[in-house]
Design a protein around this ligand. Structure first.
Ligand code: ADP
Ligand code: ZN
Length: 209
């Protein structure tokens, strides 16, 4: 079973995709995390992507399409996977259509205040890539998962956040109509607690016990 998590930056795609991945035992494929890892490694892919990410723009379609296509061929994807942050444009969705079948697209919705607070309080672990919110860190400066240093992403600074939200509206939001027309869209409003919101997602997908 293959799923997509759709929604604006900071709505909680990564957090919920991770929980669903653990529940179903299928991998979470986060293109943002893959690109940040490539930058850390200094690979050619990372070099190509870095400028776009720092400016809050999208990395060119063909770069991410090739990266995802290759990733989905790995053996761990055979039983299914959860795409987190891909597709982000209509051409990406069309390309994905050519190499896979999607079961459901979970469209996460939240008001702008919730999103801004998630983004400005978000810290990411340099070593394991885990994301944490300062509200849940209780002043800790090390990653609760691996002890690595926590970083405030350059693209989580206020000006870049604003630009990423504009990019979302212009380039990614059209996917809502695209997947609605395909009969795959499942809307979930996520403005409660992480646990409560995940319960709503499970219910919407018919996975609640
Ligand atoms: P968020 O969780 O805030 O949505 P991500 O970690 O998913 O952020 O993505 C961070 C950045 O990586 C994006 O702003 C963009 O530059 C790049 N990126 C990630 N996924 C894609 C994609 N599918 N297409 C183009 N660029 C992408
Ligand atoms: Zn860590």
């Amino acid at each position: 079973m293959n799923f997509i998590f759709l929604g604006p930056p900071g709505v909680g795609k990564g957090t919920h995709a991770k929980q669903l991945s653990q529940l179903l035992g299928i991998p979470q494929i986060s293109t943002g995390e893959m690109l940040r890892e490539a930058i850390k490694q200094g690979s050619q892919l990372g070099l190509a992507a870095k400028g776009y990410i720092d400016r809050g723009e999208l990395v060119p379609d063909q770069v991410v399409i090739d990266m995802v296509k290759q990733r989905l061929q790995a053996p761990d994807c055979q039983k299914g996977y959860i795409l987190d942050g891909f597709p982000r444009t209509v051409p990406q969705a069309e390309a994905l259509n050519r190499f896979t079948r999607i079961k459901s697209v979970v469209n996460l919705l939240a008001n702008e205040d919730t999103i801004m607070s998630h983004l400005s309080g978000r810290r990411v672990c340099r070593d394991c890539g885990a994301t944490h919110h300062i509200r849940r860190l209780d002043g800790a400066t090390a990653c609760p998962v691996c002890g690595g240093p926590l970083i405030h992403r350059d693209d989580d600074q206020p000006d870049t956040i604003r630009h990423r939200l504009e990019v979302y509206h212009a380039q990614t939001e059209p996917l809502i109509a695209y997947y609605k027309a395909a009969g795959l869209l499942v809307d979930v409003v996520v403005e409660g607690t992480i646990e409560g919101d995940f319960g709503l997602i499970k219910e919407a997908l018919g996975l609640a016990s």
